[in-house]
Each structure stands twice: as structure tokens, then as C-alpha cells.
Design a protein around this ligand. Structure first.
Ligand code: ADP
Ligand code: MG
Length: 274
């Protein structure tokens, strides 16, 4: 079979490419002779500052793709093969310690349910400061001041008070704001947001999305936005990747995908749009 190449990489200037994923395969071994091909030979690239939407039905491999990029595929899952380069540097060859430095500093991720990412035992301020201290040479006092500044940026007017709150005292939307603050603390070049608004009330979803896009502009990061909401895609994305059965079956600008969808899955998806 002919090797599938990303259309986009060919047309991108090498200097512009922030993340380049090539032939990524992430398989989960489910016991004797049973393998789930969560990511089955996926290639794509993201340019600096670009917003790329990754869409696809549940189980199509979106989360497995993002976790693979972060080096966080749970055992017994295993990346069988592939290349993941950030600024030309191969991430799959890094040690766990080096990858720990990449996470949070170069690539940050926010998930659907922020409660699972926040530690219930520590106040919000400590958790933001910890993330800062892990990656930056700062005095404790400086980290605290920066944490307050970040909380203000994500919309907490009374940021000093928020520093002392515990995760369970906050609403889902507030927790996601805190997660955005933590994600952006070290000014990562890439933010991966895996269905960041799915668990939130509809009225809060747009606010969080707006905030994420504002923060992205301010920090000049690229975003890989995983969503199944095509309205969100239309509003935010520069480019769209469509995943189906572990593969990227279609890729294009928002206009291309919305006006001339090629794959049956994409056509169906657009038909179901209100
Ligand atoms: P999506 O995020 O698009 O909904 P996922 O990446 O979570 O899809 O899942 C892709 C496929 O991999 C699914 O078939 C799912 O059942 C399987 N999978 C995901 N995580 C695991 C795991 N930890 N163990 C076994 N199979 C998994
Ligand atoms: Mg998922």
C-alpha cells in the first residue's frame, strides 16, 4: 500500500512547523491476540500559532493521539511506532525525565474533566505555583505573585482569594479556568485541549472557549483543539483534521471541510449540524 503523507506538511515551510507527527501508531493490548488500534498510522503537522481542530466520533482515537504526543499513554498501551517532533526534536526518544520537562513547559494539556487533574488536597494557589516552580527558576514569592497574575488573566477578579480555595469549592467552569491558568503558566508553545468544554454547562462553554482563544493569542501558542462540536470548529479553527477508526481520513481548512467534505463520515457529520 502506498504510504499516506500529510498534505499539509508538504506545503508548510519547515521553519513554521511546530509539531510534526509521522506514522504514529498507538495500540492497546487487550489480552491474548486482542489489539485495539487506537491510533493507526496518523501523520499531521501543526504550525506555530495555529489552531488545529481534531474532530471525530467517540472512540476514533482523538484522546489516544493527544496522550501519545504528551507521552502519557497508560499501560498496557504502547506506542508501537512513529515519530513525534517538536521544533524538530524527536520526543519519542526522550527519557521520562526529559519528557517531564517538555510537559507543562513546551506542551500543556487540558482535559474534559478538570477535577481529575487538580489535587483535591491543595489550594489552587499552591498548584499553580508548583507548576511554575517546576519549570522556572523563581523564588516562592515570585511564583505566588505570578500565580495571582495568571488567575486574573483567566478572569478571577478576586484572584488573591481564589489562591486559597480548594478544587471542590469551585464550579466546573471555574476549575477549567484554573486548569487554563496552570496550562499557560509556563507559556507553552502548544496547548492540547481535549474536549475542554464537554463537561460544562452550555452557558459556560462559550465563555471557556473564548477565554482559551484569548489566552492563546496573548501567549502566542498553537492549539490542538479536540472537539466534536462543529460550531466550535467553525468559530476557532484554522485547519481541521477528521479522525475515523484510528486514522486521519480528511484534512483541510475550515472552508474546505465545510464546503467540500470528501469522506462519508465528514459528510454525515456536517449533515447532522443544526
Ligand atoms: P476518542 O478520544 O476519539 O473518543 P480514544 O482515543 O479514547 O477515542 O479511544 C480510541 C480507541 O482506543 C477506542 O477503541 C478505545 O476503546 C481504545 N482505548 C482507549 N484507551 C484505552 C485503554 N487505556 N485501554 C484499552 N483501549 C483503549
Ligand atoms: Mg476522547
Amino acid at each position: 500500500m502506498e504510504k499516506r503523507e500529510t498534505i499539509a506538511v508538504g506545503t508548510m515551510a519547515a521553519d513554521d512547523i511546530l509539531l510534526e507527527v509521522e506514522h504514529l501508531k498507538t495500540y492497546f493490548y487487550l489480552g491474548k491476540d486482542k489489539v485495539a488500534k487506537a491510533v493507526d498510522d496518523v501523520s499531521f503537522a501543526i504550525k506555530r500559532g495555529e489552531t488545529v481542530a481534531l474532530v471525530g466520533e467517540s472512540g476514533s482515537g482523538k484522546s489516544a493521539t493527544s496522550l501519545s504526543i504528551m507521552g502519557l499513554v497508560p499501560s498496557p498501551g504502547k506506542i508501537v511506532s512513529g515519530s513525534i517532533k517538536l521544533n524538530g526534536k524527536e520526543l519519542t526518544r526522550l527519557s521520562e525525565k526529559e519528557m517531564n520537562n517538555v510537559r507543562g513547559r513546551d506542551i500543556a494539556m487540558i482535559f474534559q474533566e478538570p477535577m481529575t487533574s487538580l489535587d483535591p488536597l491543595f489550594p489552587i494557589g499552591d498548584q499553580i505555583a508548583e507548576s511554575l516552580l517546576r519549570h522556572k527558576k523563581l523564588k516562592k514569592k515570585e511564583a505566588k505573585e505570578l500565580a495571582i497574575e495568571l488567575l486574573k488573566k483567566v478572569g478571577f477578579v478576586r484572584a488573591e482569594k481564589m489562591m486559597k480555595e480548594y478544587p471542590h469549592q469551585l464550579s466546573g467552569g471555574m476549575r477549567q479556568r484554573v486548569m487554563i491558568a496552570i496550562a499557560m503558566a509556563c507559556n507553552p508553545q502548544l496547548l492540547i485541549a481535549d474536549e475542554p468544554t464537554t463537561a460544562l454547562d452550555v452557558t459556560i462553554q462559550a465563555q471557556i472557549l473564548d477565554l482559551m482563544m484569548d489566552v492563546k493569542e496573548e501567549f502566542d501558542s498553537a492549539i490542538l483543539l479536540i472537539t466534536h462540536d462543529l460550531g466550535v470548529v467553525a468559530e476557532t479553527a484554522d485547519r481541521v483534521l477528521v479522525m475515523y477508526g484510528g486514522q486521519i481520513v480528511e484534512e483541510g481548512t475550515v472552508e474546505e471541510i465545510f464546503q467540500q467534505p470528501k469522506h462519508p463520515y465528514t459528510k454525515g457529520l456536517l449533515k447532522s449540524m443544526p
